[in-house]
Design a protein around this ligand. Structure first.
Ligand code: NAD
Ligand code: TYD
Length: 336
């Protein structure tokens, strides 16, 4: 089988590429990535000589290129996106371009090249925010109510994917998952930012009162869920994927990381809140559990420890990412 993975040089996409080739070593992957600031070829360095992995440097908004690379693939798994809420607040334009227009280009190419099976990776942020004083979770019936430009652009892309199923019978599935964490997580996001700032002796910027709650999902568990959806998911259906039964506040996450790194709470710095900050996210993942037999393999404590250990052991990776020096690697690699 041949898969087109978009955004496979980013955090979740690269974990998925590795997951897939470990589990299905005879399948072929075409990995299409624009290598924005978030894409990193160093993450794929171990696959350089693997004949089952082909990297293509390109933009999902490039219709001609997308139609060419999609031609002989069996499945599209679409991760590529602008993914950081704070950046979307500073400048929403690239979010609409890549997340909405890029998804449309891919859907159209999937349709015109023989109705390819299409799996779209999305987020729980499309559902808006839950309050702290209720136990409610996002479930299969929760209406869309995105707040940030990032969430709004992902919501737009989800609607397009469903429209291609309803209108043209493109065989699609969608998954909306909670906040991922794990190896190769770009250190602008909260967990890797906290770990790497502490390792550099810097403060941890905690937005607002730090009582915002997230439902953290270990990236390997996410990959396993997408695998099951590709194998057994019902065409046209959306699956919700979450990592925990109870969420955890940002400040509690920080305290766990401080403990794992043996650092004091003096490193915590409360800073100005994010505008429109969603108070709580939580996903009811009972459908994917009951229908496809998926549940997260890792507890938060267990996988957080693994993640901290990974950042300790891969200081070179994140230091280069933080300094932007991986661009040099790219220029060197593609200088011919
Ligand atoms: P990321 O920012 O780490 O990686 C995104 C990748 O997409 C990068 O490699 C980047 O170069 C590539 N890319 C961006 N624009 C592109 C374009 N126009 N053409 C081709 N490639 C392009 O993101 P991530 O955290 O790995 O997220 C992957 C997907 O999962 C996204 O669709 C995101 O919305 C979704 N998601 C992420 C989380 C999370 O916690 N990180 C949670 C829920 C859903
Ligand atoms: P983030 O990793 O940006 O993911 P998302 O906004 O998609 O949930 O942020 C996770 C939580 O951490 C969110 O409540 C915002 C908060 N946060 C901070 O408190 N400080 C920071 O420096 C960052 C980046 C996030």
């Amino acid at each position: 089988m041949k898969l087109l993975i978009t955004g496979g040089a980013g955090f979740i996409g690269s974990n998925f590429v590795h997951y897939w080739l470990n589990n299905y070593p005879n399948d072929d992957i075409v990995n299409l990535d624009k290598l924005t600031y978030a894409g990193n070829l160093e993450t794929l360095k171990d696959l350089e000589n693997n004949p089952h992995h082909q990297f293509i440097h390109g933009d999902i908004c490039d219709t001609e290129l997308v139609n060419r690379v999609i031609e002989d693939v069996d499945i599209v798994v679409h991760f590529a996106a602008e993914s950081h809420v704070d950046r979307s607040i500073l400048d929403p334009t690239p979010f609409v371009k890549t997340n909405v227009e890029g998804t449309l280009v891919l859907l159209d190419a999937a349709l015109k090249n023989g109705k390819k099976r299409f799996h779209h990776i999305s987020t729980d942020e499309v559902f808006g925010a839950l309050s702290l004083d209720q136990n409610e979770k996002f479930d299969d019936n929760t209406p869309y109510n995105p707040h940030s430009p990032y969430a709004a652009s992902k919501a737009g892309s989800d609607h397009l994917v469903r429209a291609y199923y309803d209108t043209y019978q493109l065989p699609v599935t969608i998954s909306n998952c909670t906040n991922n964490y794990g190896p190769h997580h770009f250190p602008e996001k909260f967990i890797p930012l906290t770990i790497t700032n502490l390792m550099e002796g810097k403060k941890i910027p905690v937005y607002g009162d730090g009582l915002y709650v997230r439902d953290w999902l270990y990236v390997e568990d996410h990959c396993a869920a997408v695998d099951l959806i590709l194998q057994k998911g019902k065409i046209g259906k959306t699956y919700l994927i979450g990592g925990m039964n109870e969420g955890i506040s940002n400040i509690e996450v920080v305290k766990k990381i401080l403990k794992l790194l043996n650092k004091s709470e003096d490193s915590i710095e409360y800073v100005k809140d994010r505008p429109g900050h969603d108070r709580r996210y939580a996903i009811d993942w009972s459908t994917i559990h009951e229908e496809l037999g998926w549940s997260p393999k890792y507890s938060f404590d267990e996988a957080l420890e693994k993640t901290v250990k990974w950042f300790i052991e891969n200081e070179e990776w994140w230091k280069r990412v933080k300094s932007g020096a991986y661009l040099e690697y790219y220029n060197k690699q593609y200088s011919q």
